[in-house]
Every structure is written in structure tokens, then in C-alpha cells.
Design a protein around this ligand. Sequence first.
Ligand code: MN
Length: 405
Amino acid sequence: MTRWRYAAATDIGLVRETNQDAIFIDDSLAVVADGMGGHAAGEVASAMTIENVHEGFLTDQTVEGLLHAIESANAAVLREARDNPNRFGMGTTIVAVGLTRDKLGVVSPTLFHVGDSRVYQLRDGALRQLTEDHSVAEEWVRMGRLTPEEALNHPRRHQLTRGVGVEDTIDIDVMSINAQAGDRLLLCSDGLSNELSPEGIARLASAPVPLDQAVNNLVEAAKQSGGHDNISAVLVEFDEAEVSSKQIKRTLGTAPPPVAQISRPGSHRAKRKGGWFSWRVGVGSLLGIGIVIGFFVVLHWYAYSTYYLAPDHGVIGVYQGQPSGVLWFKPVLVAPTNYSYAQLRPADQISLNATISEPSLDAALSYAASIHSEWQASQTSSVTTTTVGTTTTTVATTTTTAKKG
Ligand code: MN
């Protein structure tokens, strides 16, 4: 069995007018969702997500069950946003830890994550961050484009690369947690992690005080450091913990999964024994090597077969590759353009931030030119009809909704 005790709190903070965070905690599920979007849309997105995830997990307490629950939350938020123009562009982060049951009946904690809310594991006073933020700045750190220090104050550290309710497809990081009795997990929104240092979080979250007091101390400390955003903290402590027989750590989504298992070089080592056998092993090795090479050729082709547009130092950049890379094949910038990021309609800026895929370099360049000229056109024709007026309102909404933090 795996059992935990828990405490949780969410607070509006000192600056925001609404609390768009939502939290959930019970005996088998802990969730933090940080909604984004103006006109109360962020609250709708985070509340809907919590509701869907909770209901979905109630009916199927497995890894797949929780995964489907998050996918259905994604679809529900997206539908709501499409049906209500004033909720266009809303979305939410999610971190969820469910006590999932595997095929052998073992119940163990599994983490699900999209966005920049975080989960930390605490053991013997030491803090380990289990999640990697899905923000532009943090993705760039992983690509080697920024140092971790540069990312701390980077203007795009709050810009998310993934969210619930943003696109039809959603990539979800899923990870088995190896917990021991006495370990604590902290799930929090960025309103907590941005205000406190890792040392501060470690000290307050692992303090030998009752859980609800530890949670209150965390929230109060975040407020004392400025409380610039909504603050949420869910803290659980394991009384008993089991480890699943099947350890998972991968990103699950609708994108084609990277091919995980390839033959290890060691498995082709020939055993010295009789001519015929060696010959067979030799051919087998060649075949094996051929398969491995073929695998790399296909993977390389897949990794670099498309182009996409993304912001690059204030202009539209054209990249070759898959936006998040394929294994170690990272996308490369093939052509910065002369089209300024600022000279794009807000809706196109949002699409660009999410990256725009194109099948070829020519297509990418001409799409960059077209969104730039659409911006030029919008500069000259903004006072004509009521239709344009409506469009402008929608665009203004998306501008406020796209940025978090
Ligand atoms: Mn936040």
C-alpha cells in the first residue's frame, strides 16, 4: 500500500485581483492547476481541469486513467474556449500526483505534468525538483541556448511551451515517483517557486511541523517576498510507500513517440565457436549494425524533415527540425528573417510563440512574409468596418491571456 497525509492552501497573493490557481487533494490524488486567461477565463480553465481530472481518476485509478483524464480536461477546456469568444486563449498548467494501481495491484505515486507548475520531493531535508518547466526560457536552457543563470531573469521565462486547453494535442510528462515512508512531495504553482529560493522551499517544506503549518509557512513566505502571483501549495507526506514494478519516465502525447529500445552494441558480440556459427553471428552482427544505422538515418530524416517558425531575438527565426528536438537531434536555426516580432498581429505572435510548422524552407519563409504583410495591412485598415472592430477586441483579449506571471 501507499498512503499519504496531506495539507494544501491556495492564496490570491498581494497583487492579483483574482485567484486563477485551483487545487485538489484527497487520499489518492493531488493536483495544482495554474490558469491563464483574462476575464475570469483562467479560473474557468483551472477549475474545469481539476474537475475533469478528479472525475476521470475516480473511474480509472491507473496511469492510463489519469492520462486520459488530463486529455479529456484538455479537450473540455479547448471546447469551452472555442464556444465562448471571451474565453479564447485560456488554458492552464497542471501538476498531478496520483496513487496509481499497476497490473500487479501495486499502488504507487505517479506524476503528470504540463506547464511551469512544479513538484519537489523532500527527503531528509534535501529538495529535488522532479519536474522540468515547459517554458520558453527553460526549454532554451535544455537546448543549450541559455545558461540557467540567464534563464532566471529572461523575459520569456513565464511564456509556456505547453498548456492544458491550448491545442488539440497535448504532450504530458509522466514519471513514476520512488517514494519512501517519511518523504514529502510539494506541488506548487509558480507564484510560490518564483518567490522563494530552493533553499527556502527546502527548509519550510521539510520543517518538522504539522503539514498544514508547513503549507501556511510556505504561502506566508511567498507573500512576504512580494506575492506577485497567486500562490498554491499542496504538501503530502508518505506514511507508507510502495514502488511500482513498472517504472515510467517519458512524455506521452499524440506526437509520434521516440523509438526507445534499440539493440545495444554488446548484444552483437560474437561468441567464438565453430565456423558456421561464427559466420551466422557475423551476418547477424552486420544485419544488426545495418538496422542500427538504418534507425539513425530514419531518425535523422524525421528529426530534420520539417521546418518551423519561432521567435529569435526579436525577429522571426526559421528553424529546421522538430521544435522540441528528437532525442539528441536538436533543431537548428537556418535563417533569421528581417521581420520584426513586434511587427506581427498579436494572434500571430501567439502562434509564433507556440511555433508554426512548415513542410519546407520556402514555405516557412513565405509564411513569415505573409504574416508580416498581414500586420502591415492591419496597420492601415484598422478604422473601416465593425468586423475589424470585433477582431481587434478578440486580439486584445488574447494579448492579455497569452502571458503568464
Ligand atoms: Mn502563476
